[in-house]
Design a protein around this ligand. Structure first.
Ligand code: PLP
Length: 282
């Protein structure tokens, strides 16, 4: 079965699907994206991701190419055509195709809409969560609006590759004041020795993770004390537990930072409990 992508009104073979060289996503990273996890054929946390998509478009004044209802139908059809049970849906919307010029293209320029899917082995993700993952710390080299989910991901790709080169799973980016902002494609959390869950506030320095928001609701409903404040790598190394969250990792224990163990270097019970709480919530 060949994979199918959706590009500007057409379902087509993934290996032949393309956008134009003058697309503003290609020329300027003038595009936003969104990712939904799919479990048993269903989108997880669907409305949260649709809401963030709307926000990203509004912040950058990119027109909505289709309504949410139409987009939902397109996504469901793509999941069906690709026979995705467990996986993800990737969406990208750029400001469209126009003669290269830094300023916005003429009004009426049609945004580019691309949808693809990918299979994921959620059992393998669960096994990874039982082991825990390593992270490294790197300087945060990104711009001042990391809350907008743009495809402008070069610092993230460099940091992720630095993690891979170091044999780690993720890189935690650290701001000029020494505080962790977030991972390259995940949000960062710790559980302090006195039992508080700490994660950076949803300011302009981080992407407002949908998993993060759902977990905040689930964890506070389960009675955890939440502190939305920045923390340092030193504090994370002193923490009882550390973990990361994202749409496709759910809650993933972090057991080593820069080669040093967090607590005893084993995944903690609270991370496991929160992972279950998240999965029960979506
Ligand atoms: N932070 C960054 C930079 C990301 O790219 C992502 C997801 O890709 C996240 C955090 C986690 O967001 P979500 O939970 O919505 O997947």
């Amino acid at each position: 079965m060949s994979r199918i992508a959706y590009v500007n009104g057409r379902f087509q073979r993934h290996d032949l699907a393309a956008v134009h060289i003058e697309d503003r996503g290609f020329q300027f990273a003038d595009a936003i994206y969104e990712v939904w996890a799919v479990r048993k054929g269903e989108l997880l946390d669907a409305e949260g991701h649709f809401d963030r998509l709307d926000r990203s478009l509004n912040e950058l004044r990119i027109a909505h190419p289709v309504t949410r209802a139409a987009l939902t139908i397109l996504i469901r059809e793509l999941i069906r055509r690709n026979r995705i049970s467990d996986g993800l849906v990737y969406l990208q919307i750029s400001r469209g195709r126009a003669r290269r010029d830094h300023g916005f293209p003429p009004p009426g320029t049609r945004p580019t809409l691309v949808l693809t899917t990918k299979r994921l082995d959620l059992d393998a993700v669960a096994r990874r969560a039982e082991q825990g993952v390593s992270v490294i710390s790197v300087p945060d080299q990104r711009w001042a609006r990391c809350d907008i989910k743009t495809v402008n991901l070069l610092p993230n790709t460099l940091a992720k590759q630095a993690a891979r080169d170091a044999g780690a799973y993720e890189a935690w980016q650290v701001d000029a004041d020494g505080f962790v902002t977030e991972g390259t494609s995940s949000n960062a959390w710790i559980l302090t020795a006195d039992g508080a869950l700490v994660t950076r506030p949803a300011d302009h320095a981080i992407l407002h993770g949908i998993t993060r928001a759902t977990l905040i609701r689930a964890a506070t409903a389960a009675g955890y004390r939440l502190e939305e404040r920045p923390f340092t790598i030193a504090e994370a190394l002193e923490a009882r537990e550390a973990f990361l969250t994202s749409a496709t990792n759910f809650v993933m224990p972090v057991t080593r930072i820069d080669g040093r163990p967090v607590a005893n270097g084993e995944p903690g019970s609270v991370s496991a409990e929160l992972r279950q709480a998240y999965l029960a919530a979506v």
